[in-house]
Design a protein around this ligand. Structure first.
Ligand code: PLP
Ligand code: COI
Length: 354
């Protein structure tokens, strides 16, 4: 597919790459492409970063027809590399199927990413812990108020140079187990990366922040008994030498970092159990000292140690509120592969020369 390129007349001043935070700055260009049933995907274009006009009756504004992905590009000696981009497309297409949005072929997705990132290459920060966050998203923009499958959609990619997601950086975060609100139920949209899941999660997150916690840990929406995931990451626990992570029951996002960590841990000889883990089992492991380490996994969050787990008003400290040995080892291995500092034996990275 031909991608039309309209370059920005003037380039923006870049922010201080040592003080990026997460998702606050955006590069000079963005990718856009439209879909309708007659023409399929068409008018692929890279244009100056800017506002997008939206019809007031647009499906996305009323019925939340929106899906997105989160990926990263890392600067390398002769260009940059992306981590498992084809996995993000697979997941985006699963999300699209769930929300009745159109799917996207891998060739177009990859070409759009490469052309856009290469054009805005100077925006990829290079110091340790930084990267170029990539946010592909798609929304329905039918201009009518009926509720139905999407007939018209737009796909966009924006780029943002980022540092760490949490203000804590690699220091342990405090997480509270949510016992009131639920994020998702089986049969719903929990496994899809759609905006609505996040809209529903904000209230609990806000209450948690008011009590000094970084995010909430969700329980399953039916029995409120089993551990699911955190607001922006999957979770793993080291209990009595074994790694336990909630199974993908349909209400948990199938994280690409989660999948990659499971592979690495198994290669290192650890037993990894993907199964239902009840909050009672987790809390009694914390009380008996068998909960050795806990961490979250995610593109934005990377590997994020959990230092405090709070449930029903009681705080349980994990690994003395310090980063655990295995958590640190996993962080070093994963980021080593992503930053191109360690061998990528599994061929996870897509390398692009600039
Ligand atoms: N769970 C939720 C709710 C998320 O938003 C994310 C972030 O994308 C993850 C888990 C981790 O997924 P991934 O490792 O693919 O980034
Ligand atoms: C990511 O890790 O890419 C995410 O999408 C998390 C996000 C909700 C900030």
């Amino acid at each position: 597919m031909e991608i039309r390129i309209e370059k920005a007349n003037s380039l923006k001043q870049k922010p201080d790459f040592n003080k990026l935070g997460f998702g606050k700055y955006f590069t000079d260009h963005m990718f856009m492409m439209d879909y309708n049933e007659k023409d399929g995907w068409h008018d692929a274009r890279i244009v100056p970063f800017g506002y997008i006009p939206i019809h007031p009756a647009s499906t996305v504004l009323h019925y939340g027809a929106e899906i997105f992905e989160g990926m990263k590009a890392y600067k390398s000696a002769d260009g940059y590399q992306m981590f498992r981009p084809e996995e993000n497309l697979k997941r985006m297409n699963d999300s699209a199927e769930r929300l009745c949005l159109p799917t996207l072929p891998l060739e177009i997705f990859t070409e759009a990413l490469v052309k856009l990132i290469t054009l805005d290459y100077e925006w990829i920060p290079e110091s340790v812990g930084t990267s170029l966050y990539i946010r592909p998203f798609m929304y329905g923009n039918d201009e009518s108020l009926g509720v139905h499958a999407v007939h018209n959609a737009t796909f966009v990619i924006i780029l943002s140079p980022v540092g760490s997601y949490y203000a804590e950086g690699l220091n342990p975060v405090k997480i509270t187990i949510e016992s009131e609100d639920v994020r998702a139920v089986r049969g719903g949209t929990g496994y899809a990366k759609c905006g609505g899941n996040y809209a529903a999660s904000v209230r609990a997150g806000k209450r948690a922040a008011e009590r000094g916690f970084s995010q909430v840990l969700w329980l399953d929406g039916v029995e409120r008994k089993y551990i699911e995931e955190v607001g922006a990451m999957n979770v793993m626990f080291k209990i009595d030498g074994k790694i336990i992570t909630p199974s993908l029951t349909g209400s948990v996002l199938p994280g690409i970092t989660r999948k990659s960590c499971i592979e690495i841990l198994k290669d290192w000889g650890y037993t990894v159990e993907e199964r239902l883990l009840s909050v009672d089992e987790l809390i009694s492991a914390a009380e008996s000292g068998k909960l050795e380490e806990a961490w979250g996994t995610g593109t934005a969050a990377v590997i994020s140690p959990i230092g405090v787990l709070s449930y029903l008003g009681v705080n349980h400290e994990v690994a003395n509120n310090k980063i655990g040995t295995l958590t640190q080892k996993l962080y070093d291995e994963l980021t080593g592969i992503q930053w191109g500092l360690r061998p990528d034996d599994r061929k996870w990275c897509l390398k692009v020369k600039v």
